[in-house]
Design a protein around this ligand. Structure first.
Ligand SMILES: NC(=O)c1ccc[n+]([C@@H]2O[C@H](COP(=O)([O-])OP(=O)(O)OC[C@H]3O[C@@H](n4cnc5c(N)ncnc54)[C@H](O)[C@@H]3O)[C@@H](O)[C@H]2O)c1
Length: 264
């Protein structure tokens, strides 16, 4: 059983949404946090909020797509706190659209998802996660740290229409814990560093609450518990997995019973 007290969490996307909620949970339970985000404004607000609840916080402006930013982030965490115990690479974006959109009247394709919209999602949600995890794991091993790498997948990993870019990156998050757990096992590290993913359904962050009411109602009609998942509930799941050292290499869904139908 791991204790959050004095444990150090590195959280990308920590300026808002689920990342900030994990940071708040961590601080409330006596942990220390390094929050990273591309937005200086969001980071400033998040840092102030975390300090107001007594948090020991370091904020590092980071673009997760840049190798040097991730390296700087991991170094800053070690320099300030001497260890890394939780890595939560939660920075992520959506750029939704059908891959090809045929016109409803003519049946001919009038719009296609651009390579830019595909690539930016891959760059942030997949390559960015790889870089954050690689740099933090290197420091965790070299500084003999004990802890968890907790990726964030999604029910989108099962295949959501209109999200070929996002779904592909979130599917990758469900295989990476298996790869890394096997690699840690080979090097006799698996008892010290675990890797998992949490996979939320629709979480009530600004991104989801900002959808138009019709779309939101459509989503909620598919969720058996009849409401969005609260960001605190995802934070609680991350913390429960952190504490429970029997959990490794797996994906943990938190979706209120949601199942995707044949129309995704
Ligand atoms: N909200 C949901 O319903 C939901 C469901 C499943 C999974 N997720 C995942 O949870 C994670 C957080 O989502 P959220 O809803 O809190 O979104 P959010 O938009 O509130 O937070 C994402 C944060 O990432 C930051 N960010 C974006 N690009 C970045 C970059 N290049 N470098 C560093 N930071 C960057 C943003 O500034 C933002 O603060 C994402 O990976 C998302 O895919 C969300």
């Amino acid at each position: 059983m791991l204790d959050i007290k004095n444990a150090v969490a590195v959280i990308t996307g920590g300026g808002g949404g689920i990342g900030l909620e994990v940071a708040k949970y961590w601080v409330r339970n006596g942990g220390k946090v390094v929050i990273a985000d591309i937005s200086q404004d969001l980071l400033d607000q998040a840092e102030a909020e975390l300090k107001s609840i007594g948090g020991d916080v370091l904020a590092v402006v980071t673009n997760v797509t840049k190798e040097e930013d991730n390296s700087r982030l991991a170094d800053a965490a070690i320099e300030k706190f001497g260890q890394i115990n939780l890595v939560a690479p939660f920075a992520g974006i959506i750029r939704d659209g059908l891959m090809v959109s045929p016109d409803r009247e003519t049946g001919k394709v009038t719009r296609k998802m651009s390579i830019a919209d595909f690539q930016i999602v891959v760059d942030i949600n997949l390559s960015g996660v790889f870089l954050t995890v690689r740099e933090c794991t290197e420091r965790m091993i070299n500084h003999d740290c004990h802890g968890l790498i907790c990726l964030i997948s999604s029910t989108g990993s099962l295949g959501t229409a209109g999200q070929i870019n996002y779904s592909a990156t979130k599917a990758a998050m469900s295989v990476m814990p298996k790869v890394l757990t096997a690699e840690f096992f080979r090097r006799k590290l698996a008892h010290k560093i675990r890797c998992v993913a949490v996979a939320p359904g629709y979480v009530g962050t600004a991104m989801v609450k900002g959808m138009n009411q019709k779309a939101l109602d459509g989503i909620l009609s598919q969720v058996p518990i009849g409401r969005l998942i609260e960001p605190e509930e995802v934070a609680q799941l991350v913390a429960d997995i952190y504490r429970n050292e029997a959990l490794a290499g797996e994906v943990f869904f938190i979706h209120g019973g949601l199942r995707l139908g044949s129309k995704g």
